[in-house]
Design a protein around this ligand. Structure first.
Ligand code: ADP
Ligand code: MG
Length: 479
């Protein structure tokens, strides 16, 4: 009877259908949709039933978690099945009837779309880049900056530990510290180091699947997948990476569902022995709005911080950049810049670029201290007197005749909401605070700030009186 059943496609398919329903009740919808629904029946021979799994990662997971159970249930139903074998196989269009249509459409999408033509990205993120599912139709990995390499990273006292940790992770064949957690204030080299790790690994072994993306992008993709009810494909993309880098995880603060998904992804990858590299603006313990269990997971590998720059590092960076650009930078000018622009490396580079651009515009006029001071007058003034968000809130509230309390309240009346948006906009323009940091000052999340900034940018174009108000406020704050 058993042999008969096995020779009959529809009976086996029926049995598989029953097994699936039983498993679904046992493991719950989420686990079922993620891991078991994509399985499809393959061929049967010598008592062995082949079950197709779309990826290696999924195969390992299914074997560890579900194979015993599947075997037990099936054996009971059909003693002819002695073994179950899981094979990684992207199922082809012409595969016969023993086949799950949901899985087919998903696999077709994954396997048939050509990779995007991105020079920076070739070799990176191969599987992810090939997936052109509706819910996931742009690539996950952000292009890597070709300048952000270890060679271009100047090492000093303030960043040597983070640099050494990054190099170690990049050079190790085996996972060394997991995760590597890098943190610092803005513009101090976290992203540079992450890209450098990616470049290095890619150079050593182009077959490794590296995904680098910002936490914001992770959230965006996840929310999209939820909307399109396509979280399985979303999960699968992450779970097949060898090295996952997530930049600026502080942006996940307060986003509980995303954090949960990230936590899940994170744990599976760590268990699988894949390398994870994370950056944030604070240490794991100090991250705001991040669940305790995630914080403790983030901090359980190696935590390395980059300190604010010191004079020597600033000098080193200026000389290095000047050399790269083939520019003679007089020592006096370099010292002046290194003394004055202490906030972060991004601004230091910005200042240097301005000076160089000025000299080039004037037919390569010699770069002197006088010229530098003159070119950077405005910039330096604003460095001398950094505007704070508190000050912005106070001045904007005064200007529109409301209280700072009202500005921070949840009131949505236009008379309060508009000044609030303008204050957010000015905070983004005049300070180096991040969107979440600005949001916190207004008791809002970063997407609200982002929306406010866009809104005010639009209004400035459309509404002359509002533009005047914003301009007047800017002058007051910058005075
Ligand atoms: P973060 O991600 O911490 O905000 P970035 O990595 O974006 O900072 O760095 C800001 C800028 O400063 C980039 O252009 C980067 O190349 C440069 N930079 C940062 N650290 C160094 C360094 N040690 N040597 C050379 N350039 C650096
Ligand atoms: Mg960064």
């Amino acid at each position: 009877m058993a042999e008969e059943a096995i020779n009959n496609d529809s009976s086996v398919q029926e049995q598989w259908g029953q097994i699936c329903s039983q498993l679904k009740t046992e493991v719950g919808d989420t686990a079922f949709d993620s891991w078991l629904k994509p399985l499809t029946l393959g061929s049967f021979s010598d008592g062995t039933m082949n079950i197709c799994v779309p990826t290696r990662f999924m195969r390992n997971w299914v074997i560890t978690h579900y194979s015993d159970r599947i075997h037990k249930i099936w054996e009971k139903k059909n003693p002819a099945i002695k073994n179950i074998n899981f094979v990684v196989q992207a199922v082809q269009e012409e595969t016969p009837s023993l086949y799950n249509p949901t899985c087919r459409s998903l696999l077709k999408k994954i396997t048939s779309t050509p990779a995007p033509q991105n020079v920076y990205q070739s070799g990176i993120n191969a599987l992810v880049a090939n997936n052109n599912d509706t819910a996931l139709n742009d690539t996950l990995s952000v292009p890597l900056n070709p300048q952000y390499t270890f060679d271009n990273f100047v090492v000093g006292k303030t960043n040597e530990f983070a640099y050494a940790a990054a190099r170690k992770v990049a050079e190790s064949r085996n996972v060394s510290f997991n995760p590597l957690f890098l943190y610092s204030g803005v513009g101090l080299g976290k992203t540079h180091l992450m890209h450098a790790i990616a470049w290095h690994i890619k150079q050593q072994d182009p077959s490794r699947n590296i995904v680098y993306l910002s936490a914001e992008k992770f959230m965006y993709k996840f929310v999209r997948a939820l909307r399109y009810k396509d979280t399985t494909a979303f999960k699968e993309q992450f779970r097949s990476v060898d090295v996952l880098m997530v930049d600026d995880v502080q942006f996940m603060g307060g986003k509980d569902t995303t954090q949960e998904e990230f936590f899940y992804t994170f744990n599976s990858l760590i268990e699988e022995g894949r390398q994870i590299i994370i950056s944030a603006d604070k240490s794991p313990a100090d991250l705001e709005g991040i669940e305790t269990r995630l914080k403790s997971r983030l901090g359980c590998g190696l935590v390395a911080d980059i300190h604010p720059t010191d004079f020597d590092l600033r000098m080193g960076i200026l000389n290095n950049k000047a050399q790269q650009l083939g520019i003679e930078l007089p020592v006096k000018v370099a010292e002046f810049l290194a003394q004055k622009i202490t906030s972060n490396i991004r601004e230091l580079e910005g200042a240097l670029r301005r000076v160089i651009a000025h000299s080039q515009l004037l037919n390569d006029r010699e770069i002197t201290l006088d010229m530098t001071q003159d070119v950077l007058k405005d910039m330096l003034r604003s460095f001398d007197k950094r505007t704070t968000i508190d000050e912005i809130q106070k001045k904007v509230a005064e200007h529109f005749n409301i209280s700072v309390k009202e500005m921070q309240s949840s009131r949505r009346a236009r008379t309060v909401a508009r000044p609030r948006q303008i204050a957010m906009y000015l905070a983004k323009q005049l300070t180096s605070r991040s969107l979440p940091e600005i949001g916190r000052k207004f008791d809002r999340d970063h997407t609200t700030v982002m929306h406010a900034v866009r809104k005010v940018e639009e209004l400035i174009v459309e509404d002359a009186s509002l533009a005047e108000n914003v301009d007047a406020l800017r002058r007051i704050l910058e005075a």
